[in-house]
Design a binder for this molecule. Structure first.
Ligand SMILES: [Fe+2]
Length: 315
C-alpha cells in the first residue's frame, strides 16, 4: 500500500480514525437509530457495520452484548512505513496488549491510559486530506420560491465520519498519550475539561476529542454533511423518526462546524456536522486554551443539562 501524498515529513503518526467499536444491549434499536440517521447499516451476525453513502469503508461496528452500552476499542489507520516505529514505541513504553476479542486481530495493539484497547492498522487514509467541499448554497432569482415542500426533501445521508469524542478521567494525560504515542497534535482545548486533536498528516480540526468524566466512554460520533440545510433536515429527519431530544442547530467555536446533536437510545449522541475547519499537513495550527464560557458555541440553544453525562459510568 502506497503512503498517501499528504505527509508531514519525518513524522510518524496515525492518519485516520479507522473505526470505533462499541457494544449495546441489542441491535434492533441501533439498526433503527443509525438507519434513521442516514447511515448504511449492514448486519453480520451479532454485529452491525456502519458505512456512509457511496463509501465502502466501515467507520464503526456495533456489537450486541446483552449489557449496557460500552466503548470496546478504537482503531487508527497508519501507513506501512510507520509500523516499525509504532511497534518500537509500544515496546519502549510497555503498553502493548492482546487484540480485542471482538476485533479482526490485525495490526498492533496497545492500551491507552484509561485502559481502552487501541488498534493501529495499516490502512488507506480515510480522513479528508483537504477541506471537504460544501454544497453551494442554492439561491433563486427574485420572483421564484427557493424552499422545497416538505415531501420533496430527500433523506440526509452523511458523507464520512468527521470525529469521535470520548470521555476520560484525565484529559491532559490523554492529550500527552495521543501526542507522544499516536503522533496526534493538539488543536485547541478548554482548560482540563475538553481537548481537540488533529492528525499530523492533515485532518479536520479534530479527529478525536476528549471531555472530562470519571471514567472512559463514548460521548458522540460526528458525521459530515454537505450543507447547513442538511444539518437542519437531519434534525427534522430524526424528530420524524421518534428521536426528539437533541442540541442545535448551532455553530461551534472550536472547529467552527455547524451542528445538530441527536440523543441516541443509550443517552449518548450522534452529530450532523457541516463545514468543520481543516488543518493541512504542512500547517502548525496555533493551539490555544479557551475559557469554557467562550468556547462551546457561537450561537444556538442552551446546552441540554445531561449533555456531558457519561452513561457508561452512570447507567
Ligand atoms: Fe463534535
Amino acid at each position: 500500500m502506497k503512503p498517501h501524498e499528504f505527509r508531514r515529513p519525518g513524522v510518524h503518526a496515525v492518519h485516520s480514525v479507522h473505526r470505533f467499536v462499541f457494544s449495546v444491549p441489542e441491535l434492533k434499536t441501533a439498526e433503527h437509530f443509525y438507519s434513521s440517521f442516514g447511515l448504511d447499516v449492514r448486519q453480520h451476525g451479532d454485529r452491525l457495520d456502519l458505512r456512509t453513502d457511496g463509501h465502502d469503508h466501515i467507520w464503526a461496528s456495533v456489537h450486541a452484548s446483552g449489557k449496557p452500552k460500552r466503548l470496546e476499542y478504537l482503531s487508527f489507520g497508519i501507513d506501512a512505513a510507520d509500523e516499525a516505529t509504532f511497534a518500537a514505541r509500544i515496546a519502549e513504553h510497555g503498553i502493548g496488549c492482546a487484540a480485542h476479542p471482538l476485533s479482526d486481530g490485525q495490526g498492533l495493539w496497545l492500551r491507552n491510559p484509561d485502559g481502552i484497547a487501541v488498534q493501529l492498522v495499516v490502512a488507506p487514509k480515510v480522513s479528508p486530506s483537504e477541506k471537504t467541499q460544501i454544497q453551494p448554497k442554492t439561491s433563486v432569482p427574485a420572483g421564484k420560491a427557493a424552499a422545497p415542500s416538505r415531501s420533496q426533501v430527500q433523506q440526509v445521508r452523511p458523507r464520512h465520519l468527521s470525529h469521535v469524542l470520548f470521555f476520560t478521567p484525565d484529559v491532559m494525560r490523554m492529550v500527552r498519550f495521543c501526542t507522544d504515542i499516536l503522533g496526534l497534535r493538539l488543536s485547541d482545548h478548554s482548560g482540563e475539561g475538553v481537548a481537540f486533536m488533529h492528525g499530523a498528516h492533515g485532518s479536520d480540526h479534530h479527529l478525536v476529542a476528549f471531555a472530562k468524566s470519571d471514567g472512559p466512554g463514548l460521548h458522540h460520533s460526528s458525521w459530515d454533511v454537505g450543507s447547513i440545510d442538511d444539518v437542519g433536515n437531519g434534525s427534522e429527519q430524526m424528530r420524524n423518526s421518534g428521536y426528539t431530544q437533541g442540541w442545535g442547530v448551532g455553530r461551534h467555536v472550536l472547529g467552527s462546524n455547524y451542528f445538530y446533536y441527536v440523543r441516541d437510545p443509550w443517552g449518548s449522541w450522534a452529530e450532523f456536522s457541516h463545514d468543520i475547519d481543516f488543518i493541512p499537513h504542512n500547517l502548525d495550527w496555533p493551539a490555544a486554551d479557551h475559557p469554557p464560557h467562550d468556547s462551546m458555541h457561537v450561537w444556538g440553544p442552551a446546552l441540554p443539562e445531561d449533555f456531558i453525562t457519561n452513561h457508561e459510568q452512570h447507567g
